[in-house]
Design a binder for this molecule. Structure first.
Ligand code: PEP
Length: 255
């Protein structure tokens, strides 16, 4: 990979899977398998598993993230969790704008922008998800759509703060479907996103930004996807629930 240019990050998104005791078990199984990784390894787990994940990963090279956070610091927002709370626990990363949040929980580009800014204010690193649906791809609007999502998400974010943003290009049609974007499709859109970042900020910021691909990345296709110049890692759903498969992806990113 391009480790000399950018930080490769392999992040697992466990979605709504694993109880606290299962979390401990899975992280204990992963630790020896990923200990020699030459990339960052992050696991984004359900809120109730964060404590168990922090404990199980202590002293290892696995960092822990959450899968969402609210856009206010505190208040009357039943069922929500603020980045202040995550920060105090020792959480380093948070996913914002995952397509499942956009699809099922009314997340919009505007709320993504608010959540992202609040998370950055607390010093969390944000994995910002963008990506088109199958209809949007067929309509030929992937580039505009992904550019718009990226621009709105980063409205009001300084160049300095943008260093704590990782972008995950996740075509919605490839998430959890077993349909992976080809490595050329992934490369094309990751390059478009990098150009958008250069337009918003500058070339240095764009060159330094980690841009991941996500969407049915697995032990078999990781090598090819991660071999692309603009693909700096992966956001992994299903395959991050299997220690062996996840470690193969981590190894592919460490080459
Ligand atoms: C995801 O949840 O971000 C994801 C990419 O899922 P999967 O790898 O299962 O497609």
């Amino acid at each position: 990979m391009k480790k000399n240019v950018r930080n490769a990050i392999i992040a697992g998104n466990w979605k709504m899977n694993k109880t606290p005791s299962e979390t401990t078990e899975l992280i204990n199984a992963m630790k020896p398998l990923v200990k020699d990784a030459d990339c960052k390894v992050v696991l984004c787990v359900p809120f109730v598993d964060l404590d168990a994940a922090l404990k199980a990963s202590a002293g290892s090279n696995i960092e822990i993230g959450a899968q969402n956070c609210h856009f206010e610091k505190s208040g009357a927002f039943t069922g929500e969790v603020s980045p202040v709370m995550l920060k105090e626990m020792g959480i380093k990363y948070v996913i914002i704008g995952h397509s499942e949040r956009r699809q099922y929980f009314g997340e919009t580009d505007e709320t993504v922008n608010k959540r992202l800014k609040n998370a950055l204010e607390e010093g969390l690193k944000v994995i910002l998800c963008v990506g088109e649906t199958l209809t949007q791809r067929e309509q030929g609007i992937t580039a505009e759509l992904v550019a718009t999502q990226t621009k709105i998400a980063l409205l009001g974010v300084s160049k300095e703060d943008a260093k704590n943003v990782i972008i995950a290009y996740e075509p919605v049609w490839a998430i959890g479907t077993g349909k992976t974007a080809t490595s050329d499709q992934a490369e094309e859109v990751c390059a478009i996103i990098r150009k958008v970042i250069a337009d918003i900020y500058d070339d240095n910021t764009a060159e330094g930004m980690t841009i991941q691909y996500g969407g049915s990345m697995n032990a078999k296709n990781a090598d090819e996807l991660l071999g692309k110049v603009n693909v700096d890692g992966g956001l992994i759903g299903g395959a991050s629930l299997k220690a062996e498969d996840f470690s193969v992806i981590v190894k592919a990113a460490s080459k």
